[in-house]
Ligand binder design. Structure first.
Ligand code: OOB
Length: 559
């Protein structure tokens, strides 16, 4: 395979090994076209919040229930704007500066938004970790990005992130600061003590990278996705229009706030773009979310399919008034047509399906699509400039209606992962199309239907697991000779993970429970620990002798 063309502009950086490498970005002529078309409006996140705070300072921007003893807190746009400035000043005083990376692992609280806007204003790059990540993932994010700071909740869902931070700190030479929200910071600094008198900061360039998002991934380690102000603000604007957000919209952030879906589709940032109100929901379970919908007058939210099913079931006979809810977005994994049909009758709201990816492309069914399109398709792209190709294994375009590999390119889809030259050569075509790894077809009406996946990944109810990452952890066990992780059907999650393991000859017999514990203790997020482990003597192989994951999956499927 030949090397992809490397546009000259980009984020100059170096690989961890020190080799200079420029992360590919949009070629200059393409960028100029996106600006001329008005997709890129030259607005930074810092300026966006400033504008909104000037236009409607007293309107509530964000609500959470993370005050002392779980009390309600509401920040107006003016509050959020000022708090972001004060936090930026305090972080700057601690030496955090433009271009620095900061790993953010916060639950759904107002601090999450304060912090990311503070970092956007500083020009420091949030690296968006999920609360479920543990030492394995966080240490990797910190060391790979050379992060200087890591921000955590003290204790969240019974887990002490301060202990995790101690482990991470010992493994991450560049890490200088750990900031803790909510209560006792332990040996670290409380984020509440950081804010200082605002200082003037240079305005950021809208074309620069604003943050690093995580890929679902299909390789040994997660890849990092550089998103610019220009491209991401465009995806927010497009999403807000498609979901008809305005200043009366109240968005419930029920999924983990840092994930691309609740962040931008249209998510908390799209809601702030539109001047609406974000309600932070600590957990997405109906008993937590339903009272918030009632009390806060929530109009729109987004869920992964298993949660949409749980909400649909719980809505029958609920004492809570859900009548304010206008729209439920469902995405992250395939929603079955049958489940889709149940949503409006049960919840009394419109459904919008979302098929998106942190790398860029986001498709929505539209609110004026006919009901059959809404329940049977995953929508169409945000932008008229989103380019879609559906190809065979040799990258040849297929006739309309045929199922094939989805390739995409456009004004908010990255041209390369951050510092990943070898991977970029495989994950993008020479002319800059991203290989999504999804198998899709196009309906005559121009909507996409997701039919499957070619990437080596398990989509566990919207949580993505790279098979290779888990296999590597299993292989580290002395009694494991070889391991293959595949998806198997699950009635609730859609898919769960199953590890097929060949034991090492003569090694002590380790059972499934012990092997799961081993993987967990290596510091892997709980959702990546195999749901099932099956010991086998050999793996099925293809005609050329390669291990056939297809046949392994078939073994897992119900007869
Ligand atoms: C969202 O983003 P990621 O980066 O966690 O995962 C992207 C992948 C897609 O490539 C696809 O494999 C799968 O998740 N996916 C879907 C889907 N939505 C995402 N598969 C079938 N049907 C759907 N509706 O998951 C994400 C980002 C922004 C908005 C929504 C979801």
């Amino acid at each position: 395979m030949t090397a992809p063309s490397r546009p000259s502009s980009g984020t100059p950086s170096s690989t961890p090994a020190g080799t200079p490498y420029t992360t590919p970005t949009w070629p200059a002529d393409v960028a100029a076209r996106y600006r001329a078309a008005g997709w890129w409006e030259g607005l930074t996140f810092g300026a966006m919040l400033r504008d909104r705070a000037a236009a409607h300072p007293d309107r509530v921007a964000v609500v959470d229930h993370a005050g002392p003893g779980g009390t309600r807190r509401a920040l107006t746009y003016a509050d959020l704007d000022l708090r972001a400035d004060r936090l930026a000043a305090g972080l700057a005083a601690r030496g955090i500066t433009a271009g620095d990376r900061v790993v953010v692992q916060l639950p759904n609280t107002a601090e999450f938004l304060e912090l990311v806007f503070a970092l956007f204003r500083l020009g420091a790059l949030p690296v968006f970790a999920l609360p479920a990540h543990r030492a394995s993932e966080i240490s990797y994010f910190c060391s790979f990005t050379g992060a200087v700071a890591y921000v955590i909740p003290g204790v969240h869902e019974g887990f002490d992130h301060r202990t995790l931070a101690t482990t991470v700190l010992a493994r991450s030479p560049a890490l200088r600061h750990v900031f803790v929200t909510g209560g006792d910071p332990g040996p670290f600094e409380s984020l509440a003590d950081v804010p200082a008198v605002p200082v003037p900061l240079p305005e950021r360039d809208p074309s620069e990278t604003a943050f690093l998002q995580l890929s679902g991934g299909s390789t040994g380690v997660p890849k990092l996705i550089p998103r610019t102000h220009d491209d991401y603000v465009y995806s927010l604007r497009g999403s807000a229009e498609i979901c008809r957000l305005d200043e009366h919209s109240v968005y419930l952030c029920a999924l983990p706030a840092a994930h691309n879906f609740p962040l931008s589709s249209p998510g908390s940032l799209g809601t702030l773009y539109a001047g609406g109100r974000v309600v932070m929901c600590p957990r997405p379970a109906p008993d937590v979310a339903f009272p918030l919908i009632q009390d806060e007058g929530v109009t729109i939210t987004g869920l992964v399919p298993p949660l949409a099913l749980a909400w649909t079931a719980a809505a029958t006979g609920t004492p809570y008034d859900l009548s304010s809810l206008d729209v439920l977005l469902v995405g992250g994994a395939r929603l079955s047509d049958e489940a889709a049909r149940r949503i409006r009758p049960a919840l009394g709201c419109a459904l919008q399906q979302v098929f998106g990816m942190a790398e860029g492309l986001v498709c929505y069914t539209r609110l004026d699509d006919d009901p059959e399109t809404v329940v049977t398709t995953q929508g169409r792209p945000i932008s008229p400039d989103d380019e879609i190709r559906i190809v065979d294994d040799e990258d040849r375009d297929l006739p309309t209606g045929a199922t094939g590999h989805l390739l995409t390119r456009g004004p908010y889809t990255i041209r390369g992962y951050w510092n990943a030259p070898e991977h970029n050569a495989r994950a993008f075509t020479e002319d800059g199309f991203y290989r999504t790894g999804d198998l899709v077809r196009l309906t005559p009406g121009g909507h996409l239907v997701v039919e499957g996946r070619a990437k080596d990944q398990i989509n566990r109810g919207g949580e993505k697991i790279a098979a290779e990452e888990v296999e590597n952890h299993l292989l580290a066990h002395p009694s494991v000779h070889d391991a293959n992780v595949v998806a198997e059907p699950d009635p609730y999650l859609g898919e769960r993970s199953c590890a097929y393991v060949i034991r090492r000859q003569g090694a002590e017999e380790t059972g499934a429970a012990a092997l799961k514990r081993f993987v967990r203790e290596r510091g892997l997020a709980a959702y990546k620990v195999p749901d099932r482990i099956v010991f086998v003597d050999a793996f099925p192989t293809t005609g050329v002798g390669k291990i056939s994951k297809k046949d392994l999956r078939a073994e897992s499927a119900p007869a």
